[in-house]
Design a protein around this ligand. Structure first.
Ligand SMILES: [Fe+2]
Length: 387
């Protein structure tokens, strides 16, 4: 089969202490005056002061916008507030510094400077017509991939569902990925963001949208993240672990941006929207059930996942080797205190299944990439297993 492949990525600056180059990078984008969107944790960890010093060294004028402690995914109202600041301030560049939620707010606020209306006008694929102000996106956790993707995810409070703006116009100009910034990330967040990164590699790899470029990145990212998630969780000061988690995360972010997520993310949105459980934690609870549900469609690729995760599969039948991948994932999740069922999150009310399945089924942007064509009934069965 002859495949057409389009591959996009922002300019990426990866490595220890690359934050030192923030000023020069902003200057290259024409910054005289910048808006820096960040959060209280980043300030408390001293990372904000560090970033500001490198901007001031280049005589760049900075307005800091500190986000509140919102639900794990920010509500659209939060973006509207930040966009109002961005629209008023006549900024040359917008910088996002923080976890995935903050980065998403920065990306969307930038887009709303050059595009009219509100966030809710842009939910869905390719709805944002114009690029926003140039952005520099700097993650302080290893996982969301927001620094290299065209996506921004927000909670639509009216529907109580998480929705995605997925527009090429949102792709950051520059991603600065400095593993040193993730050192203060607590173990629970390290695990949650880390497994999100793992899924951003594994899920597109199993999807219909996979291609040889993203597959190569995905398999390496899966190996790296499987190897280093445990050590990073066990000791946040382990710089080697932080380095490789950041590397694996940016690689899986590129996979996500170019091949897209599918079933696991589609099924996590209704649950997360209702229970406000962190994104990575919600994904974790349903992950094995979801992969079991599509195993029959992609057995040969599940075998490759098992191998990438370090499982000894030589001499096994494809069926046995594929099931080793599921075991390895279960083991990985449990080793870093992540849930492998909804019950572990105290989500026990099965009467919600039919509504969730109907909502997940509406996420055709994601579900159309699933290697198995899934009816609402099929999705209900997977939720049932996830309990
Ligand atoms: Fe994700």
């Amino acid at each position: 089969m002859f495949q057409t492949i389009q591959f996009t990525t922002p300019s990426i600056l990866f490595g220890m202490d690359t934050i030192r180059q923030l000023g020069q990078q902003a200057k290259k984008l024409g910054a005289g005056r910048v808006l820096l969107v960040t959060g209280p944790n980043v300030k408390e960890a001293g990372v904000l002061d560090k970033a500001l010093s490198f901007l001031k060294a280049e005589s760049i004028d900075v307005e800091v916008n500190i986000q509140g402690r919102d639900t794990p995914e920010p509500a659209t109202s939060v973006v509207e507030d930040t966009a109002a600041v961005a629209r008023k301030g006549n900024f040359d560049v917008i910088i996002g510094l923080g976890g995935g939620s903050i980065l998403d707010v920065a990306k969307m606020a930038s887009a709303l400077v050059t595009n009219p209306g509100k966030t809710k006008d842009y939910f869905g694929p390719e709805k944002v017509p114009k690029r926003g102000k140039p952005t520099i996106i700097i993650p302080t956790t290893s996982g969301t991939g927001a620094e290299v993707t065209k996506h921004a995810i927000f909670l639509d409070r009216e529907a109580n569902v998480k929705k995605a703006v997925a527009s090429t116009a949102l792709l950051p100009n520059v991603a600065i990925v400095d593993p040193m910034l993730s050192v203060s990330c607590p173990p629970r967040v390290t695990a949650s963001a880390g497994i999100d990164a793992f899924i951003h590699a594994a899920e597109p790899f199993l999807s219909k949208n996979a291609n040889p470029i993203t597959d190569a990145l995905a398999l390496d990212a899966v190996s790296i993240l499987t190897r280093w998630l445990g050590p990073a969780f066990a000791d946040g000061q382990n710089l080697e672990a932080r380095y490789y988690m950041s590397l694996g995360s940016v690689m899986s972010g590129i996979v996500l941006n170019n091949s897209g997520t599918s079933l696991v993310h589609a099924m996590a949105y209704p649950v997360g929207g209702e229970y406000h459980t962190p994104h990575g934690i919600t994904l974790s609870a349903i992950l094995v059930a979801c992969f079991e549900g599509i195993l029959m469609a992609k057995q040969e690729k599940m075998v490759l996942l098992a191998r990438a995760m370090g499982e000894p599969i030589d001499g096994l039948s494809p069926r046995e080797a594929a099931s080793r991948a599921l075991e390895a994932i279960r083991h990985l999740l449990q080793s870093v205190d992540l849930p492998i069922s909804l019950r572990e999150l105290d989500i026990t009310d099965k009467t919600r299944i039919s509504r969730w399945a109907a909502e997940a089924h509406k996420e055709q942007r994601l579900l159309s990439r699933s290697p198995r064509v899934l009816s609402v009934k099929d999705i209900e069965k997977i939720y049932e297993k996830a309990f």
